[in-house]
Design a protein around this ligand. Structure first.
Ligand code: GDP
Ligand code: GDP
Length: 438
């Protein structure tokens, strides 16, 4: 599970700047979940091969009734509760303030690992101004400059030091051991708990006891139609005697962690609500993570034919980037349409881990070119020679040849379509990379 780092501090000390720095660092996957929670931003960050989640509390707007101090306290509390470690950001130019001391007092009794980051300290590594912050009594403060990217690596090294990370990146995304690591994702009230409870209440579903340790997510192993599944907690799974039940408690952090940990995601939509910004945010995040995905439109029982048509259109428009995902209309409550989901999840899984050989890929590429040659770009016409598989989950096809810079996005999609059709790839994104030899 990815560790979660919260950024706290009073307004204007540079939390958002630091957040952007941490999430947009080299090869970081960025996901802004502003659409999910109005007041807190969540992002993925990476230091080398160590991945983590960052929560920023900078975006809240205090309303006149609660006032800034109260609102700040509330946001800080919630972010800290979700975090494994806290970066407490202060501003060297303003020095310690009463607000800082309040936050420090709160953090001390919150019982989390806290790191003090003295921001805006560019060119000040020896400055006597830094000394003041020792008074906080929260370990050696780290002078940083969020704006100039100074001191951030060593700060993150310290924060991430006690966490264990998978050495093998392949492992982290779920090695193909035949077990489908399934996350059920969706915004609050789409019916995640209802679906999971329906599943776990079925006799034919054999659930194995899988108590989680503190940092592990709780998960439930079960078998269906001879296929093994590991259901990763997103909805707050609880053990109730011998059975598991899902209780409704939406958590962005849990959702992000579960998607990262899954190899197939079942994304639930609510037929009565259409596709919302929140749905599109979650879908975008799943896509960026490269996970296989099946879409299920829940509460199908509760909509008439007019609403169904509207819905179809809004899925086509707003989730156009997920055309590869099969769509199932279901009712978790009435137990309708649930059977075919199992096959769809299994197909998405096997598509994500499909093995493609060089001779077959090369033949597919050559046939595609014979059928439609790529357009000339500048002086040269791209020459596609052969292709090999560069990775799985999602499948990556690397095409070799000359002048391949000239291959258009449209042509790449055309190639993708032919490869997908041949291998019957459904429910997984796929990537095509062009590699020219001069
Ligand atoms: P937040 O309210 O804590 O999220 O603070 P912001 O990230 O919005 O930053 C507040 C102001 O401080 C902005 O004008 C930033 O450009 C500036 N700032 C942030 N980091 C640095 C830094 O490292 N050095 C300097 N000089 N200014 C910074
Ligand atoms: P979660 O927040 O995603 O876990 O959503 P819940 O499972 O708690 O469901 C939210 C509400 O939607 C509850 O009142 C459910 O009874 C209702 N609901 C869930 N599935 C269906 C369904 O298939 N049809 C209808 N009509 N209502 C449903």
């Amino acid at each position: 599970m990815k560790p979660v780092i919260a950024l706290v501090g009073r307004p204007n000390v540079g939390k958002s700047t630091l957040f952007n720095r941490m999430t947009k660092s080299r090869d970081a996957i960025v996901a802004d979940f502003a659409g999910l929670t109005r007041d807190r931003h969540y992002g993925d960050g990476r230091l080398g091969n160590r991945e983590f989640i960052v929560i920023d509390t900078g975006g809240f707007e205090p309303d006149s009734t609660t006032g800034i101090v109260k609102e700040m306290a509330k946001q800080t509390r919630q972010a800290v509760a979700e975090a494994d470690a806290v970066i407490f950001v202060v501003d060297v130019r303003l020095g310690l303030s009463a607000h800082d001391s309040d936050i420090a007092r709160y953090l001390r009794q919150a019982n989390k690992r806290v790191f003090v980051a003295i921001n805006k300290a560019e060119g000040m590594s020896e400055s006597p101004l830094l000394a003041e912050f020792h008074e906080l009594g929260m370990g050696e403060p780290h002078p940083i400059s969020a704006a100039h990217g100074q001191g951030i690596r060593s700060l993150l090294e310290a924060v991430l030091e006690p966490f264990e990370f998978d050495e093998d990146e392949e492992e982290a995304s779920g090695a193909p051991d035949g077990v489908i690591r399934l996350a059920v994702a969706g915004r609050p009230n789409v019916g995640k708990s209802t679906l999971i409870n329906t599943w776990l209440g079925e006799e034919r579903l054999v659930a194995f006891d899988m108590p989680g340790t503190t940092r592990d997510a709780i998960s439930v192993d079960f078998e269906r139609n001879g296929q093994q599944f590991k259901l990763i907690d997103t909805a707050g799974l609880r053990r109730k005697g011998k059975v598991f039940e899902a209780i409704e408690k939406f958590s962005v952090v849990k959702t992000l962690q579960a998607i990262a940990d899954a190899n197939v995601v079942l994304l639930l939509l609510d037929a009565t609500q259409g596709v919302s910004d929140q749905d599109a945010h979650i879908a975008g995040y799943i896509l960026e993570s490269g996970r296989a995905v099946v879409l299920a439109v829940n509460k199908w029982d509760a909509v008439d034919s007019y609403q169904r048509e509207q819905l179809q259109r809004s899925i086509e428009q707003r989730l156009a980037f997920m055309k590869f995902a099969p769509i199932h209309n279901i009712s978790a409550l009435k137990r309708q349409g649930l059977g075919p989901l199992w096959g769809a999840l299994a197909d998405a899984y096997s598509s994500a881990y499909k093995k493609m050989t060089t001779p077959v890929l090369t033949r597919l590429i050559q046939e595609a070119v014979e059928h439609q040659t790529p357009k000339r770009s500048g002086h040269f016409r791209p020459k596609l020679r052969y292709a090999h598989q560069g990775g799985m989950n999602p499948p990556l096809v690397i095409v070799h040849g000359n002048s391949l810079e000239g291959v258009t996005e449209v042509y790449k999609r055309y190639l993708e379509g032919r490869i997908r059709a041949h291998y019957k790839l459904v429910g997984t994104p796929m990537r095509i990379e062009m590699r020219s030899s001069k």
